[in-house]
Design a protein around this ligand. Structure first.
Ligand code: ADP
Ligand code: MG
Length: 453
């Protein structure tokens, strides 16, 4: 096991055994993200040392798994009474980083800034409003402008790059301007967790709680990050309740509605939906064009309307990508000192345009898969169940699920009016076969690439 480079060979079976116990105990996902990347060694007769690749992972392993790890080890070897979890540092040849202090070092204790800085560009006056985001925008304005708490919490949700963070920062800027005495804190869910872990590490959770509970407006961005992180979720839940109970404004964002957040406790989901839930829908053409016009104007670089329209038609994924395209285009034009036209736009943005083009249809998938397995296209809709036909049909269903936005019932309908459970079964079956049979899985992969290409 390359990870355990410090362990001697006679200890190897011991580590292997421990690893499989950890995996069984904490589950595959937790094991993979937190424990697998660490390496283990015996520091002395009584001490096990874990080298975590980053400071953050060290803290996390310590707070979430520390006690349990020590227990498991001492069950294996009763002499072990201590666990040292250290951060291995960037340079693996460097001496091992300092062990965790047994007593918290006060000077290092985190106190300073609990919020994150605000982006000066994210203000209400440069947020372009259209049908897909008008509710979220109005709700954000309302919260920013009223001195009381109009709804609690305000829950903003929508896909990536659609303006959630922009709106939250805009609220914070606005409140700072009009009522600077109110204390506004904005931070990502990730940062919240990180600070919580640090506070636990420094046995400073009281101060942590107080800091958060003394704010007037708390905004936490991307709370889907809390999924499955039980301790942090619990702490967030308490903070949330304390603030709402004291009539302080809470603003939350996520990529899904409260109900659809997986890995969240039921009581959390229901509480998150108590105030106003506003979703930001995917952009539409008019909004995209409006955003491009507004940004182009600020860049003070003449871009023909035709080009902006072309981009608004073609780049449909999200606003971030739209901005990226515009920035690149202007940078290019400035560099070569030539005006922008449709031709050079297409050339400079080739990759982005292609990525947005890649919309595979179920019909194409059926056709490709039928060709590949040498069956008639009609068999995709037929009722025949012999393996030679059913398997390719399942592959096509599987790829339809993976490569298109269609729902299971919609896919079922396109395959001769089959039930959505049939599609679900097909997806599972193909997943299973891919895991078992490499040549089959390469086959499916090849089909996927052809369809995406
Ligand atoms: P999210 O947090 O939803 O992933 P962001 O708020 O980070 O998305 O937005 C991504 C980028 O798109 C930001 O640069 C933001 O300023 C810009 N943006 C998104 N929506 C709008 C809009 N309606 N008007 C102007 N800019 C927008
Ligand atoms: Mg964001």
């Amino acid at each position: 096991m390359t990870n355990d480079k410090h362990s001697t060979s006679e200890q190897a079976p011991f580590w292997a055994r421990l690893r499989s116990r950890l995996r069984a105990e904490f589950g595959e996902a937790a094991y993979r993200s937190w424990l697998k990347p660490a390496s283990f060694e015996q520091a002395d007769d009584e001490t096990i040392r874990i080298l975590a690749p980053t400071r953050f992972m060290r803290d996390w392993i310590e707070t979430q798994y520390g006690d349990r790890l020590l227990r498991l080890w001492s069950e294996e070897n009763p002499k072990i009474v201590r666990l040292d979890i250290v951060h291995a540092g960037a340079d693996s040849d460097a001496p091992i980083a300092e062990p965790l202090p047994a007593v918290p070092v006060q000077t290092e204790s985190p106190r300073a800034e609990i919020g994150a800085p605000l982006d000066p560009r994210f203000r209400f006056d440069n947020f372009v409003v259209g049908k897909p985001n008008e509710l979220a925008f109005a709700a954000a304005r309302r919260v920013a402008e009223s001195e009381s708490v109009p709804f609690n919490p305000l829950f903003l949700y929508g896909g990536v790059g659609l303006g959630k963070t922009h709106l939250m920062h805009a609220i914070a800027w606005q409140i700072r301007k009009t009522t600077p005495e109110r204390r506004v804190i904005y931070l990502s869910a990730e940062k919240f967790m990180y600070q919580f872990i640090r506070a636990m590490r420094f046995k400073d959770t009281m101060a942590f709680k107080e800091q958060f509970r003394s704010v007037d407006v708390l905004m936490i961005d991307d709370v889907q990050f809390f999924s499955g992180k039980d301790n942090t979720q619990e702490e967030f839940f308490h903070t949330f309740n304390a603030l709402v109970d004291h009539n302080r404004q809470v603003i939350i964002s996520a990529d899904k509605s409260p109900n659809d957040l997986e890995g969240m406790e039921e009581r959390m989901k229901s509480r998150l939906g108590w105030g106003l839930v506003a979703d930001i829908h995917p952009t539409i053409y008019e909004l995209r064009l409006g955003i491009l016009q507004s940004k182009a104007e600020k860049m003070e670089f003449g871009i023909p309307l035709k080009v902006l329209e072309f981009l608004a038609h073609k780049i449909t994924s999200n606003v971030r990508e739209l901005e990226g395209a515009l920035n690149r285009l202007v940078a290019y034009a400035r560099l070569i000192g030539r005006p922008i036209d449709l031709d050079n736009t297409q050339e400079v943005l080739q990759d982005i345009l292609r990525a947005n083009d890649r919309k595979v249809t179920i019909e194409e998938i059926q056709k490709r898969v039928a060709e590949h397995y040498n069956i008639r296209l009609g068999e995709m809709y037929s009722a025949r169940r012999s393996r030679a036909i059913a398997r390719p049909r399942q592959v096509a269903m599987y790829l339809s699920k993976q490569l298109t936005e269609r729902s299971l019932p919609e896919i079922g309908r396109k395959f001769g009016g089959r039930d959505h459970t049939t599609v679900m079964h097909a997806v599972r079956k193909i997943d299973e076969l891919c895991a078992l049979d490499t040549s089959f899985s390469e086959d499916v992969e090849l089909l996927r690439r052809m369809l995406e290409g």
